[in-house]
Design a protein around this ligand. Structure first.
Ligand SMILES: [Zn+2]
Length: 379
């Protein structure tokens, strides 16, 4: 699968996915459900009466396929790194791999190379595996793809070919969708390119779905996966387009309450109950000392007395921004630190606060404005 820019997915998934490996500084995580898949495949062969050897071989093949998936994702990540894009982690799911990149390169040529790196790796692997078999005098027929006949190496080689072909389908969320978008983006602006690529993906999903209903239920599942991926990509790009050109000061709230370090949990609870505000800047003599989040407050209230001070439980590592900074950069820092709010500071003094909720409001409002600027022109 492809490199994804949506870390929200990664953050939600990583709780179930312990890190098992670190390659080139990138954590490789395996989702718990992937282990279930291995057990399921082994059990399927065992109960079908194939014997222990067949069951072990099937599980081994699955592990090797996923090693190929890791290499696929890793090549996206390493080519991305050349263009200054950091990859947070790679998560292995039963449906494939996801490389969570901080952002995707905006230049079509760079996006093209990042997208092509994955399928290219599978083709190189297939070539190496076929080559190794040929050297040993093995058969290279397509019949060898049959799951019972054919050696493990040949099966793995054909699976790598199909991984490359499947990923090159010109539809989001596959790499081919990104290749398609990058090619379109050389001729038009990125938003329009995304819309066309997303619509093509959804068209393909419909074809897959209809064919799948008649031929193979697995295709229906893939169709659903493509449909959702295409919609998500279109939404992400639209969001990113809406945020472009907005500064921190353009999205910050001015009307919020501040606490002081000498306040108690009881004081803070009273403030929290009194209004809509979830997170509170803690300010002393005009200087930001920290941020008291709702979750930290609730945790503390569950374990400590209401007379305790808020200073020990507030977050000292606050995400701050200057008013002129690009909103997208602030949001990216908030994601990095998993912060629920950023404080906008000017001349050392607190002037505003940015939360995901009010950013969404800003995006909604910008949609109501008649489009005057070209959203495709960025940076
Ligand atoms: Zn990929």
């Amino acid at each position: 699968m492809g490199p994804r820019s949506s870390e929200r997915v990664g953050a939600r998934l990583s709780w179930w996915a312990p890190q098992v490996l670190r390659i080139a500084g990138i954590p490789i995580r395996i989702h718990a459900t992937f282990l279930l898949l291995l057990v399921w495949i082994g059990a399927l062969h065992w109960f079908a009466g194939d014997g222990a050897t067949a069951a072990v071989e099937a599980v081994l093949l699955m592990c090797l396929v996923f090693a190929a998936v890791v290499l696929h994702e890793l090549s996206h990540a390493l080519v991305g790194r050349r263009f200054g894009v950091r990859t947070r982690d790679i998560i292995l799911l039963p449906i494939g791999g996801v490389a969570s990149m901080d952002h995707l390169p905006q230049r079509p040529a760079q996006e093209l190379l990042v997208a092509l790196a994955g399928p290219a790796t599978n083709l190189v692997l297939a070539g190496l595996l076929f080559g190794a078999t040929a050297l040993r005098g093995g058969a290279m027929s397509i019949e060898a793809l049959g799951l019972v006949r054919g050696g493990l190496v040949i099966q793995l080689a054909w699976i790598n070919v199909s991984l490359a072909v499947f990923n090159l389908l010109p539809a989001f969320p596959m790499d081919g969708g990104r290749v398609f978008r990058a090619l379109l983006a050389t001729m038009m602006n990125r938003d329009r390119a995304t819309r066309i690529a997303a619509r093509t993906g959804q068209g393909l999903a419909v074809v897959f779905g209809v064919v799948g209903l008649v031929a193979n239920p697995l295709l229906v599942l893939i169709a659903l996966f493509i449909w959702i991926g295409a919609a998500e990509e279109a939404r992400q790009t639209e969001l990113s387009g809406a945020l472009a050109g907005i500064s921190a000061s353009g999205a910050m709230m001015h009307d919020f309450r501040e606490l002081t370090p000498s306040m108690t949990l009881g004081d803070a609870a009273a403030f929290a109950l009194d209004g809509w505000q979830r997170d509170f800047p803690v300010v002393e003599d005009g200087v930001v000392r920290g941020l008291l989040t709702r979750s930290a407050l609730l945790r503390a209230l569950a374990h400590e007395g209401r007379a305790n001070y808020i200073a020990p439980i507030m977050d000292h590592e606050v995400v701050t921004a200057s008013p002129a900074e690009a909103l997208e950069d602030v949001l990216s820092r908030m994601r990095d630190r998993q912060a629920s709010a950023a404080l906008v500071v000017d001349d050392g003094g607190l002037v505003g606060m940015i939360t995901p909720e009010n950013v969404l409001d800003v995006v909604e409002l910008s949609r109501l404005r008649p489009a005057s600027s070209s959203p495709g022109a960025r940076r």
